[in-house]
Design a binder for this molecule. Structure first.
Ligand SMILES: [Zn+2]
Length: 204
């Protein structure tokens, strides 16, 4: 048991509390609340939840080109002939793709890094999809890379690293404009602010 339950709580209950507690943004209190809610709710609700989790794990894969989440490989953005293949927007997480798509401002392709460089957390360039991005730049007709990593320490460090790698290849490198709340995540920016940051992007 992760954080010392009483001996009265049955093990299947405390086990599920532990699992919820492991999820980001859910503390022990919310974890208990969710489990006791499910205990009282109809059996079908737990079934739907369990099935949805397993279906997500069994059918969702990463696109081999942009590494966004998808059920078909390549994904629907990579195979869309109306997207501009000459622009690639580099983001940290699949949720950032959703946020940028919501702005309706970007018609190019994406590349999802799956994280940001963070020496403190032991995340190095080789742990991210950076090698894959550099390979794409060699074989695809990409003319501009828009670095849309988060406006925080790790996001800025990642952008600086990528700029150093990409600029010598003769490809234009830009960064989302300042104006996004510093220290926050891209996914939480509203679409107007994010759209403006995209329009006002600056050369690196
Ligand atoms: Zn893709």
């Amino acid at each position: 048991m992760a954080f010392g339950y009483d001996t009265i709580t049955p093990e299947p209950v405390s086990k599920l509390i532990d699992e919820f507690n492991r999820l980001p943004g859910i503390g022990p209190k919310s974890a208990s609340r969710l489990v006791f809610y499910l205990l009282r709710a109809k059996r079908e609700q737990s079934e739907r939840l369990a099935n949805a989790i397993m279906a997500m794990k069994d059918t969702t894969i990463f696109c081999n080109r942009c590494f966004n989440i998808t059920v078909d490989d390549p994904c629907s953005i990579c195979t869309n002939a109306n997207r501009n293949e000459r622009q690639v927007c580099v983001v940290e997480e699949p949720l950032d793709v959703v946020a940028l798509e919501r702005t309706g401002e970007f018609k190019g392709l994406y590349h999802v890094l799956h994280g940001a460089i963070s020496p403190v957390e032991g995340i190095n360039p080789e742990d991210l999809k950076i090698r894959e991005l550099l390979s794409r730049l060699r074989v695809e007709p990409i003319e501009e890379v828009i670095l849309s990593t988060n406006p925080n320490l790790e996001g800025d460090a990642t952008a600086a690293y990528l700029a150093r790698e990409i600029i010598p290849l003769g490809i234009r490198v830009t960064r989302l404009a300042r104006g996004l709340p510093m220290g926050s995540d891209l996914e939480y920016a509203d679409e107007v602010t994010l759209g403006r940051a995209l329009q006002g992007r600056r050369e690196m």
